[in-house]
Ligand binder design. Sequence first.
Ligand code: NAP
Length: 488
Amino acid sequence: MTTISPDYQVIVVGTGFSGLGMGIALKKAGINAFAILEKANDVGGTWRDNHYPGCACDVQSHLYSFSFEPNPNWTRMYAPQPEIKKYLQHCARKYALTSHIQFGQEVKKAIYDEKNKLWRLETAAGKTITARMVVSGMGGLSTPAYPNVKGIENFQGEKFHSQDWQHDYPLEGKRVAVIGTGASAIQFVPQIVPRVAHLDLYQRTPPWIMPKPDRAITSAERTLFKYAPKTQEAIRNAIYLQLESRVLGFVINPRVMKIAELQARRYLRKSIPDPVLRKKVTPDYSFGCKRVLISNDYLPSLAQANVDVVTNGIKEVRAHSIIADDGQEREVDAIIFGTGFKAQDPIPRGAVFGKGGVDLIDTWQQGAQAYLGSAVNGFPNFFMLMGPNTGLGHSSMVYMIESQIAYVMDCLKQMQKNKWKAVDVKADSQQSFNTDLQDKLGGSIWSSGCKSWYVNADGKNTTLWPGFTFDFRRKTANFDAKNYQVEH
Ligand code: NAP
């Protein structure tokens, strides 16, 4: 039987932390037969796409960066988006990835060719590329979610999503409605309150907010990090341990969260003296059930005279106004959607086809799931970085990404050594991994009764890792071939 050889050993999709990290690992291992496909014209993933005012990371940058590429130049404990984007551009350059990246190539379809044991990728630009292995670094939060509001298409003013910020639109003096009070909104709302004439903030569920222990990093500290990198490493390790201790409250004993909830209530009282407004923005669900947000300026901004927090829900949007459920009509010039992303559909239908032409989405009828958040039975040599149940509510995703990259690299090493052409995770290994995972999630704070993007419509948590990140690292340290069907 004649078989064809693929164009590349590996195709990586995306150039965020996942895609670049994977590319760097391949380079370091001396593997050069790879390409990175990127839909846009620059690297950076979510840190390229999100550029709304105030966009910053809510994990300290000493930890939210590659372990092998510390950045002594962070200017704040929580770096703003432009610095993170610059850091990723620096990584692409430093590790000579640019020649591997094909920009403007959005992957539309990936089809597994069983006979030749390779993947055939089709891009929106009309290109077809083949590879033995595909590593998806597409991220879970990239497709904006818009609210299904009656009449929104009739609105005559400006409207945009937080990920699609229209910087050219002058907000100065405008009446603006913001829909949503999640992680993105709490960052941009305080930035725009001083600029707009009036802001109506449509809040469906108030988030729990904690103060952000942010500060500028002094130039003396930056010099120290540059010339004595061990000092930055020590800070990184301390941050890691501190964040990891939060697993106790999220998963092991959610009652611990009561202590943090008291702190958050105290912070609320201090930030919002008006009891009526305070009541409106006080959550009625357990602290930690939805993502805990950190901000020093969000709550104070709600207390400004030009801000109304509207909790009645939206009944209808008209050409120049929004009508709330209580019938009150408020005129607006612009609507900004801070309504998040389609986290439950990380990969669309019709995009990834495995053995027997099966659509990946058809294997996910009870919600997305994978083995170690990476591999899915029936989809040989297809690995996802930041796949199902690898998300975190407590620490840095870059740590999880590096764990998964090490796993895929070990797989490649073993494939080369043993001359395997394909590895396909066994269905029972995937099943028992997920049964155990869901058992753990059942007792976590995320299952304490709130609605969040962590869980799907059936209440199944398909997004978060229920445990310590070092446990995930241990599980992904070596490619465990015994859980895979291998083909020569
Ligand atoms: P989000 O946290 O999912 O928040 C979406 C907001 O929109 C929520 O307040 C939600 O209310 C509201 N909403 C959604 N649909 C609505 C509707 N039809 N009507 C009224 N309100 C509606 O989205 P996000 O703020 O974009 O953040 C998403 C994730 O991105 C975060 O959880 C985080 O993982 C990541 N992120 C990270 C950072 C960072 O600093 N690292 C910054 C931004 C974002 P409900 O709560 O009632 O659903």
